[in-house]
Design a protein around this ligand. Structure first.
Ligand code: S3P
Length: 443
């Protein structure tokens, strides 16, 4: 059997208790944005707390291939901004790995450049929809071809872009950010209207870097270009989406409480807390502070008896990456939880409705798919079983946390992608009391 026939798996043994004070790695969304915006600013950006996960490392490699010098002293990165006219053509297609954020945001940045680019990624990323960015970028004057709607994306450079008034089809921060990045070079005003909330890290960072950006209460963002950004240092907070797994772990098993320190609590990201509180979860934010453009806090959680809830509407948009761990919380709650309005989950690193429902059923949970969500009956305990993560990092981590509520071992297949967002997941969760072991799974 060759190495390519082997994939890491995780065996998650039942564990009864978690406790401690931990940190999670840096925020993935903010790390991507600091790299991309710092690269085209004038001046140097010092980046602390950068997430050294594979997704952000792919974006870093792509920027280096585009002629951006980045120093790394092992702790901090220094991005030597090349300014708005300083990027150079890459000699190869840019491989963004598993990262939808990296690919979509970089496409926005490259569409207005004077040179051609090709953007691609791994098998999962090459299945994800790209017309959602290509179409509005074309409307701004860019020349972009997709491959049947997906990556590889071929961008023909040399076009002057113009502003656009655009209504997003879904409340997506990736589409919004791709258009804002293109708008930095576009003539006139780029206006983006959104049908719902989405993370606003791009807007916050652009404002600190001097962009002419205006936000109105009806979820409209306006950016007037062309504009030149000025570098600002960025201290990246802990990733709320990584903390989410530990938050639910604490609610399931932290009799003495669990603290996750210095986590980003941007309100466009923390819908999970509202849902968990509505389910009866004990969550406290302590030591709330503001670091740069982003709020942070220590999150304290303790074991709580969870009850079922309904999750739909804005709660979905505000917890979009936390839905996999919410499926687990629902399976461990008393009563029937209904999730609706979440069809976007079918376009993530896997079809998260299908993968989560199939995994829950493998653990003896009564769960049904709906086109835009799921219905999950909570149980007194989960059985053990074998779960297919389909190479989706958040699905794999969610099922590892389920071991706190299981009677027997949960074996999770295809767990390598955990390294895209939370490289130390196994070590960190063992530190608080979970019993996880990485093994090799033969195919
Ligand atoms: C992200 C936006 C979200 C989210 C993704 C990260 C970002 O995707 O699911 O993990 O950093 O902009 P969509 O904008 O496609 O909803």
């Amino acid at each position: 059997m060759s190495d390519s026939d082997r994939q890491p798996a995780i065996v998650a043994r039942p564990a009864a208790r978690v406790a401690g004070v931990v940190r999670v790695p840096g925020d993935k969304s903010i790390s991507h944005r600091a790299l991309l915006l710092g690269a085209v600013a004038t001046g140097d950006t010092t980046l602390s707390g950068f997430l050294r996960g594979e997704d952000c490392l792919a974006t870093l490699a792509a920027l280096r291939a585009l002629g951006v010098a980045v120093d790394d002293d092992g702790e901090r990165l220094t991005i030597h901004g090349v300014g708005s006219a300083g990027l150079a053509a890459a000699s190869q297609p840019l491989d963004m790995g598993n990262s939808g954020t990296g690919l979509r945001l970089l496409a926005g940045l490259l569409a207005p450049q004077p040179f051609d680019s090709v953007l691609t990624g791994d098998a999962s990323l090459r299945r994800r929809p790209m017309e959602r960015i290509a179409e509005p970028l074309r409307a701004m004057g860019a020349e972009i071809a997709t491959s049947g709607g997906c990556a590889p994306l071929t961008i023909k450079g040399g076009h002057t872009l113009h502003g656009l008034d655009y209504e997003l089809p879904v409340p997506s921060a990736q589409i919004k950010s791709a258009l804002l990045l293109a708008g930095l070079w576009a003539e006139g005003t780029t206006t983006i209207r959104s049908p719902g909330p989405s993370r606003d890290h791009t807007e916050r960072m652009l404002v600190t870097m001097g962009a002419a950006l205006e936000r109105t209460s009806d979820r409209t963002v306006r950016l007037t270009g062309p504009t030149q950004l000025s570098a600002v240092d960025v201290d990246v907070p802990g990733d709320f989406s990584s903390a989410a797994f530990l938050i639910v772990a604490g609610l399931l098993a932290a009799d003495q409480g669990l603290v996750i320190e210095r986590v980003g609590i941007n309100p466009t990201r923390t819908g999970l807390l509202d849902v968990l509180r509505a389910m009866g979860g004990h969550v406290e934010l302590r030591g709330t502070d503001v670091v740069g453009a982003e709020p942070v806090a220590d999150i304290y959680v303790k074991r709580s008896d969870l009850t079922a809830t309904e999750i739909g509407g804005e709660a979905v948009a505000l917890s979009i990456d936390e839905l996999p761990i919410l499926f687990i919380a629902a399976a461990c709650a008393q009563g029937r939880t209904q999730i609706s309005g979440a069809a976007e989950l079918r376009h993530k690193e896997s079809d998260r409705i299908a993968t989560m429902v199939a995994g829950l059923r493998a653990l003896g949970v009564q769960a049904q798919e709906r086109p835009d969500g799921a219905v999950i009956d909570g149980s007194a305990a989960l059985s053990g079983g074998v779960v297919e993560s389909h190479g989706d990092h958040r699905v794999a981590m969610a099922f590892a946390i389920a071991s706190l509520f299981a009677r027997d071992d949960i074996v999770i297949h295809e767990t390598a992608e955990i390294a895209t967002s939370f490289p130390d997941f196994v070590r960190t969760t063992r530190q608080i009391g979970l019993s996880l072991e990485s093994t090799e799974q033969a195919h």
